[in-house]
Structure formats: structure tokens, C-alpha cells
Design a binder for this molecule. Structure first.
Ligand code: GLU
Length: 464
């Protein structure tokens, strides 16, 4: 049984798009193999917790359709799925490691560690715990019994440590270079290294597919697996997404939270489709495909090791493609819901056919269609010098009995001819007079929807 997981830490506002991208791979790999996809919350770094972060993260993942078979929300056979509720387990395995001589207590004070680091820096040595406590464990235990604060450190073996990554091959590291990492902190919480190993083992995770930023930690995890006599999962480290200028994704350049994109009116299908292309390509070079198609084609072996570029402009383009493929009724429903009733259902239904080809996000509907709801407050060209044209337009429109996009169109072409004004100028003036803007949905259709009275009123208010 293939079991995958993501293990996000609730240290941000919401779920990071990078986590969604790896989440999608983990989800697809589990679904493709009739396995299980697990979400575990890694909340052991108490100082970095963001209030409400976990809840928002889980809700967003669920709304994206990355629904976990086992999670803090869904429960499951290996519950709890939140590390802060599993502390006794980490303690137990830390003690087991100590008993096996693979870990040890340390009561060094922060001041001593600082001093040690300073010395090492001065001597140009790699900063590393100097094992001061390792050689005096009996004494350390006494100090602990008397109430001293302590941590547990793993004992890094002075030997080669190897593991195989699905796409990066065998990676070997000299254990002698690694620090005796703290695995249990003085507050009783484990560090990431111990917690991730214990949980991935107990939760029977077979494939760890995670960002490459965790790769330097993997040798430490391998040491812990070996020390506890456990089998390693299959590791796959995926390349981190970059900005188009190749810099690291950061809030300063583009939004990084998945909900930022959903809030801008990116559809969940489009977001997932775009993220599926971050490190993976469709065998036929297709850009657009369904989640089911992705699941059936996806293979961790095909993941690329070059850093994929996350380009919000391309994402919007793709979203536009999804919008065009949608059933107009469904799109109208979504736009209506997106604007939470700001635009009436009737207006949205009537106007969607005019803008479906043009909008790239749900939010863009507003910039195209706000004029249906409100008279323009600004005009993109000055209309002062077109008084006589506006008067003539007003009169001709008033004389129309049958108000439809066809009759409006014919009448307006006739009027332009009568006035001897070039169509391009005539319709620009009319467009801006009615909508305020130079670029709008088709004008005759828009005027038909706005209604005769409203169009005439909009022209009249421009006549001085
Ligand atoms: N807690 C880590 C994170 O925030 C999990 C890394 C892993 O997948 O092992 O992403």
C-alpha cells in the first residue's frame, strides 16, 4: 500500500503555493496507486506558530480538492495527526535512542554554547556541538534529576551516510561533518528531525515527496531510521519554484499563499493544473489537462530537477483558458458568488456571454462590467468637444422604438453617416460616454442590456 503525506507547519497565513505543488504530487501518487494521502500538521516549533494558520491551511487544501484520506480533520488509524498531540511518542523514542547509545542528554547553557560557537568561528572551525556533555552523562543525569534544563542530542556517527533519491540518485554525505542535532528540546517538544522520522515511520509512509530545501536534513533522518532499526521511505526531493527572474518565491514579489490566488478569482482547477506543471511535463506537451488525466500519467520518476518558474502571468493566462471552456451558466454562478451579491444574478447572467472570452480571472469581471451597475465616474477621453455629436446620439436613441442590439447598431451607423463622422471616432465617443472606458464588452449588446432610459440619461448628463 502506497502512503504519501505532506507535513506542513502552520507558520504562515495560509498554505504556500509550493506546499500545494508538492501536495498535488503526493496526492496524485497516492491516488494513482490506490494508496492513501495523509496530511500531518508539524507544529512543534511553537515560537513560529501563526494563530489560525493551521485552520486556514487545511480549509484551503480541502477547497482546492486535495482532500486527505487521513488528517487532523478526517482522523484516521494513526491519529492524532498533529505533532503537538504526540509528545509522549517522541519522548519514548528519544529515550530508546539514549538507551541504545545513539543519543545523549545535554545540559549546556545557552551562554556556554554561544561561547563555544564564538571560539569555533575564531578558529575557522565548522560550528558543531563539541560533545561536552557526551563524555559526562552520569553527571548530566544527576543535574537533570536536580531540576536542570536539558535537551537530547543525536549522536552523529563518524561514517558515510547514504540514501537514494528517486530523481537525484544516490547521495552520500560524511557523517563526521554533521552536528549532533538536538532532537528533543528543553520544552519537551521534539525538533523536526525526530518528529518527522517517528511519524513517517509510525504512519507507515512509503514515499516522502518533499521540497529540496529539506534535502540537507535527510542524512540526519537516515541516521535516526538506522538507529531505530526502521526501514527508509522512498525519498523524492522536488525542485523549488522560482520567480520568473529566478529569485526565490517571496511575499515581496508575488503572493505566495494559495488563497491569494483564489481570492483574485483564479479557479481551483486552473491553479492545480498550473502547479502540476511545476517540475513535471505532460508527455504530449499539453498545458491543459484534467486532474484525472494528471493522476493517470504522473510518475515520480519523471519529476525534473531544474527549478520550475512560477509565473503568475502564465497562471492568469491558463485561468482565462479555463474560463473560456466553462459552461456560461456555471461561470455566471461563480462570478455571482465571487462578488457575494454585489452584482445581481440577472445582470451577471446577461453579461457573462459578453465577457467570457475576455476575462482571465473572476475578479476581472468587475473591471469590464462595473459600468452596468454604476454610471461612469470618470471618462477615459474628454467628451467636451463632442457636444453636437452627443446631442444627435441622444435624439436618435430616443427615437428608437425597438430597443435591441441590432436596432441600436443600425441606428448608430446611420447616425455616424448622417453626421459625417468616421465610425472609429463616433463609436469611441459613444463607448466612452456610456461606459467611461475605451475597452469594454461589445457596445451594442451592452447598451441593449443597460436599457434605453439609462443610455439616454448617460448621454444627457454629458450635454452642457
Ligand atoms: N514541516 C515541514 C514543512 O513545513 C515538512 C517537511 C517534510 O515534508 O518533511 O514543510
Amino acid at each position: 500500500m502506497i502512503r504519501t503525506r505532506i507535513a506542513p507547519s502552520p507558520t504562515g497565513q495560509d498554505v504556500h503555493v509550493g506546499t500545494v505543488a508538492t501536495g498535488l504530487m503526493n496526492y496524485a501518487w497516492a491516488k494513482k496507486n490506490n494508496g492513501k494521502f495523509v496530511i500531518r500538521i508539524e507544529d512543534t516549533d511553537r515560537s513560529r506558530l501563526v494563530p489560525g494558520g493551521e485552520e486556514r491551511m487545511l480549509t484551503t487544501l480541502e477547497s482546492l480538492g486535495l482532500v486527505a484520506d487521513e488528517s487532523p480533520l478526517a482522523g484516521g488509524p494513526f491519529a492524532p495527526y498533529r505533532q503537538s498531540e504526540r509528545l509522549p511518542l517522541y519522548k519514548k523514542y528519544a529515550e530508546e535512542l539514549i538507551a541504545k547509545g545513539k543519543a545523549y542528554y545535554c545540559t549546556c547553557s545557552a551562554e556556554r554554547l554561544d561561547e563555544m560557537r564564538k571560539q569555533q568561528q575564531q578558529n575557522k572551525q565548522v560550528p558543531k556541538y563539541d560533545r561536552h556533555c557526551l563524555n559526562r552523562q552520569e553527571e548530566v543525569k544527576k543535574e537533570i534529576e536536580e531540576g536542570a534544563k536539558f535537551v537530547v542530542r543525536m549522536l552523529m556517527p563518524d561514517e558515510k551516510i547514504s540514501f537514494t533519491d528517486t530523481v537525484r540518485g544516490t547521495i552520500t554525505i560524511d557523517g563526521g561533518l554533521l552536528d549532533d542535532q538536538v532532537i528533543l528540546k528543553s520544552d519537551g517538544f521534539p525538533t523536526y528531525h525526530l518528529a518527522v522520522v517517528v511519524d513517517d515511520h509510525l504512519m507507515e509512509i512509503t514515499h516522502v515527496i518533499r521540497g529540496e530545501e529539506w534535502m540537507p536534513s535527510t542524512p540526519k533522518h537516515v541516521v535516526l531510521y538506522r538507529a531505530l532499526g526502521w526501514e527508509l521511505p522512498q525519498y523524492t526531493h522536488v525542485s523549488l519554484m522560482r520567480n520568473p527572474d529566478k529569485s526565490k518565491l517571496s511575499k515581496r514579489k508575488n503572493p505566495v499563499w494559495a488563497s491569494d490566488y483564489l481570492n483574485r478569482g483564479i479557479l481551483r482547477e486552473a491553479l492545480l493544473n498550473y502547479l502540476a506543471l511545476m517540475g513535471w511535463s505532460h508527455p504530449d506537451g499539453k498545458d491543459i489537462f484534467t486532474l484525472d488525466e494528471y493522476i493517470s500519467l504522473f510518475d515520480i520518476k519523471d519529476l525534473q530537477t531544474t527549478a520550475p518558474v512560477f509565473d503568475p502571468v502564465k497562471l492568469e493566462w491558463m485561468n482565462g483558458e479555463y474560463i473560456r471552456m466553462m459552461n456560461p451558466k456555471r461561470l455566471a454562478e461563480m462570478v455571482y458568488t465571487y462578488f457575494a451579491g454585489v452584482f445581481s444574478k440577472d445582470l451577471v447572467e446577461k453579461t457573462i456571454p459578453l465577457v467570457q472570452e475576455r476575462i482571465k480571472t473572476l475578479k476581472e469581471y468587475e473591471s469590464y462590467c462595473l459600468f452596468f451597475k454604476e454610471q461612469p465616474s470618470q471618462y477615459e477621453i474628454s467628451l467636451g468637444e463632442h457636444q453636437s455629436m452627443l446631442k444627435a446620439i441622444g435624439d436618435e436613441l430616443a427615437s428608437l422604438d425597438n430597443w435591441s442590439s441590432e436596432t441600436i447598431g443600425t441606428k448608430m451607423v446611420e447616425t455616424a453617416e448622417k453626421l459625417g463622422v468616421k465610425n472609429s471616432i463616433f463609436f469611441m465617443v459613444l463607448r466612452v460616454a456610456i461606459t467611461g472606458k475605451k475597452v469594454t464588452p461589445p457596445l451594442n449588446d451592452s447598451m441593449a442590456i443597460l436599457g434605453k432610459e439609462e443610455c439616454i440619461a448617460r448621454i444627457a448628463r454629458l450635454i452642457m
